[in-house]
Design a protein around this ligand. Structure first.
Ligand SMILES: *Cc1c(COP(=O)(O)O)cnc(C)c1O
Length: 388
């Protein structure tokens, strides 16, 4: 079988309007600290809905790091961290000197659950971090209740979950902080970039200060150019005007973006439903609105050990795939050496890392591509099982 179509796993959806928006910034004189960043923050808050304060930053990881810096979480403190996530979720905790306490996930959704979180609390726990895995929101009402009862913060990693809601409320607004990423394969992109979101005005103000060297006033607030004071430490985690302009243009198409993802996911899920040994990561919780970052299939039974073989055969046939994520974070060398690694504690996360494959559903995927992806999955699984 030769590739009849080529469908990359992810491809940023960039239009002429996006290019013009970036060009317009370059035609002016303000490359940072300008109106685009402010407008992007306001428009992002409007999309999330409800009471949201947004701080644009240089990456999703920067947003996560700022959360722990802001709450002064550090040495001697513990943070509960999902095993099945991007390494950034854990690195942000490590960088402030706190200890990661990893927890396994629900095999059906890839998400941490109130039960897995509960078992990990100690007297040193200061925060619970969680990731809405591939766009499936965690059970936020129960998780927030648990955290509030213990007086600990909730940091939501929303890098794969723009558009995901729980009980109608956008993810990132349930906990104390929500951290979004605009890396090229995410729902929308600014090249590199991120957004810190919170329901608390004073948290946003303090984080905005942490983002910019701890300086006490922005450019526009300075009576005399160049004059400012510093009362706290800080980073330079700002987003410039070119990425902010791109982000605004991208965000203006978010409804269309999400509905294309929804349609692609639904069609592909239906086309794969009858296959033996294939389970699809999704939610059946009526309160949870998936934002369809990708469609993750978990191979089971005889197919389970064949993931890498299946991926290379799919790629050879023109269908791009990815793996979210290639290891449970505690199995990565840095964490394994630091904390030790007990495979039995992370059975579900290990299963997803080792036996799952992420398929494309982004706006670059056409309906005819979906039929091709489904047909390719069917043929490759049949052949791989036969050859094994
Ligand atoms: C991509 C990703 C990040 C990192 O975001 P950057 O913008 O690349 O720093 C963090 N967490 C998760 C779950 C991600 O998928």
């Amino acid at each position: 079988m030769n590739p009849r179509r080529v469908v990359p796993f992810g491809r940023p959806w960039v239009t002429d309007a996006d290019r013009n928006a970036v060009h317009n910034v370059l035609s002016g004189h303000i490359l940072t600290h300008g109106p685009e960043g402010k407008a992007f923050e306001a428009e992002f808050a409007a999309f999330l809905g409800g009471e949201a304060y947004c701080v644009s930053v240089s990456s999703g990881m920067a947003a996560l790091h700022l959360a722990y810096l802001h709450w002064g979480i550090g040495p001697g403190d513990e943070v509960i961290v999902p095993a099945q996530t991007h390494t950034a979720t854990a690195h942000a905790v490590e960088l402030v000197g706190a200890k990661c306490v990893f927890v396994d996930c629900d095999p059906a959704t890839g998400n941490v659950t109130p039960d897995t979180i509960c078992a990990a609390f100690t007297s040193r726990t200061r925060a619970v971090s969680l990731v809405h895995f591939v766009g499936v929101p965690c059970a936020m009402r129960d998780i927030v209740a648990l955290a509030e009862a213990r007086g600990v913060k909730v940091v939501e990693d929303c890098a794969l979950a723009l558009g995901a809601r729980y009980d109608g409320k956008h993810v990132g607004l349930w906990g104390d902080a929500g951290c979004f990423s605009f890396y090229p394969v995410k729902h929308i992109t600014t090249g590199e970039g991120g957004m810190f979101v919170t329901r608390h005005r004073e948290v946003a103000a303090a984080v905005a200060q942490w983002r910019a060297f701890g300086v006490d006033r922005t450019h526009s607030e300075r009576a005399l150019p160049g004059m400012y004071e510093v009362a706290t430490l800080g980073m330079n985690y700002r987003m410039g005007e070119m990425p902010a302009a791109l982000g605004r243009a991208q965000l203006s198409r978010i409804d269309q973006n999400l509905s294309m993802r929804n349609a692609n996911f639904t069609t592909l899920k239906r086309a794969l439903a009858a296959l033996d040994g294939v389970r699809i990561i999704d939610t059946d919780d009526a309160r949870a609105q998936n934002s369809h970052y990708c469609l993750t299939v978990v191979l089971e039974g005889r197919l389970a050990p064949l993931r890498n073989e299946v991926a290379s055969r799919m790629n050879a046939l023109g269908v791009g795939t990815s793996v979210y994520y290639p290891h449970p974070v505690p199995r990565m060398s840095y964490y394994r050496q630091k904390y030790g690694y007990t495979p039995a504690s992370f059975v579900a996360a290990t299963r997803i890392s080792d036996c799952s494959l992420a398929l494309p559903v982004g706006p670059h995927v056409e309906q005819a591509d979906i039929a091709y992806i489904a047909e390719t999955v069917r043929c490759v699984l049949r052949d791989a099982a036969k050859d094994a």
